[in-house]
Design a protein around this ligand. Structure first.
Ligand code: URA
Length: 422
């Protein structure tokens, strides 16, 4: 077997065998297959696609290429959640305590942000004292004790995926649907998930820009799940506008509290209720309707908020000392009309430039930096109204004036949840 034959086979649209895919993963990890050879194969995959059998093999070998977590000691009532990434996506901070307060265990390993999207671990670290580096034993014990734990994903999960992703990032091959599906699912398999709700983001602020691609990705991840013994539900959601009003680490924690404690309504609340209901339904094996009733009750009676406080306390955080930036810049509108569009991607990039995100892995974050969007889609705005407030220690120069779109007619295509695929 050799890599040139394998590349040529894929170039000719022939199906690779399980042995050939194992050969690629093993030899790319040990350095025998070079980056330029792997890049060539990845481009052939992007152009010529993969069969389901190929995708199952790729996922299986990537999952087995690093550390693997065994969560069986936690029982069968454990549900994981994953989002394909977006701007202002603080759903994990809200959903994990809601679901745990309903009696479903949440053992969540999360990542850090890079580029225009944020990461749950950075958001939690903005809470002074909050520990994100639990050992496996501490992680499992905490889930057993309080029903949930959130920790930083270890560096050694699905090592082959990590090495391949780094290459995809610089060779224009990130957008291959089979590669995205196997990348996400390999990590979930390695982390021991057995029940999984996936928030598949679609739109300008997301990796997947159109609904057809989102459908194919969802069906593939469900198929991979079936093949590996994981129950998967996909929720396709709108990421052309940011989620909620706050972007930036401590600002997002404070919006999560607004939902859990002050029961602030809106698109973020709706999405969290939806995702939580599917997780509770999977975990407790009850209907979606019954699960939703529990979720709404536990938000209303503050049991979900109490669970959030318990999580923060157990992981040594002090929520009363959340950093707040004093310097703020109010950005005002120049026109009048309905706010019909907010460019999630551009806001993500702006938030990063204020200090809330990283351009490279080494960049240091300013936890108090970020943006509050002061208006919602379809609000009527008048000339001179504050549309967003920027919080930063940096000097503000010119702000892109194409972030917000104002029109004399409302946006009628402002759907939050496109569809559910099971
Ligand atoms: N998220 C992942 O983990 N992998 C991808 O390929 C894309 C998004």
């Amino acid at each position: 077997m050799n890599i040139i034959d394998i590349i040529n086979k894929k170039r000719k649209k022939q199906e690779l065998t399980d042995e050939e895919i194992k050969y690629v993963i093993d030899n790319f990890l040990n350095g025998t297959i070079k980056d330029y050879q792997m890049s060539s194969l990845l481009m052939a995959i992007l152009l010529n696609d993969m069969t389901n059998e190929e995708i199952y093999s790729l996922t299986k070998y990537m999952a087995a290429s690093g550390e693997q977590l065994d969560l069986t000691s936690l029982g069968t009532n454990v549900v994981d959640k994953h989002s394909t990434g977006g701007v202002g996506d603080k759903t994990t901070l809200i959903i994990a305590p809601i679901v745990a307060s309903c009696g479903v265990k949440v053992a969540k390993m999360s990542g850090r942000g890079l580029g225009h999207t944020g990461g749950t671990i950075d958001k939690l670290e903005s809470i002074p004292g909050f520990t994100v580096n639990l050992t496996e034993k501490e992680f499992i014990n905490e889930v057993n004790d309080i029903g949930l734990a959130i920790t930083s994903q270890t560096e050694n999960v699905a090592l082959a995926d990590k090495k391949i992703y780094a290459l995809r990032d610089v060779t224009g091959t990130v957008e291959s649907i089979p590669l995205i599906a196997s990348s996400i699912m390999s990590k979930k398999i390695a982390l021991g998930a057995k029940k999984l709700v996936l928030d598949v983001k679609v739109g300008s602020g997301a990796l997947i820009k159109n609904i057809d691609d989102a459908r194919r990705l969802s069906r593939l991840m469900i198929d991979i799940g079936k093949h590996s013994g994981i129950d998967v539900i996909c929720i396709l959601t709108n990421m052309s506008v940011p989620l909620g009003n706050n972007i930036g680490n401590a600002l997002e924690v404070s919006e999560a509290i607004d939902i859990l404690h002050n029961h602030k309504k809106g698109s973020l609340y709706e999405l969290c209720v939806e995702l939580s209901s599917y997780m509770v339904s999977l975990g407790l094996k009850i209907s979606y309707e019954e699960a939703k009733e529990k979720v709404l009750n536990n938000i209303d009676n503050d049991e979900a908020y109490d669970k959030f406080l318990e999580l923060v306390k157990t992981q040594h955080g002090n929520i009363d000392k959340l950093p707040q930036e004093k310097t703020k810049y109010e950005i005002k509108t120049m026109t009048e009309g309905y706010l019909v569009d907010i460019d999630a991607y551009k806001l993500g990039v702006l938030s990063m430039s204020l200090g809330a995100g990283r351009l490279t892995k080494e960049d240091k974050l300013d936890y108090s930096a970020g943006i509050i969007v002061n208006k919602n889609i379809n609000d009527y705005v008048k000339k001179g109204d504050v549309i967003m407030t920027l919080y930063t220690k940096k000097k503000i120069t010119n702000i892109d004036n194409t972030i917000f779109k104002i029109s004399d007619k409302k946006n009628r295509n402002n759907k939050l949840i496109y569809e559910i695929i099971k």
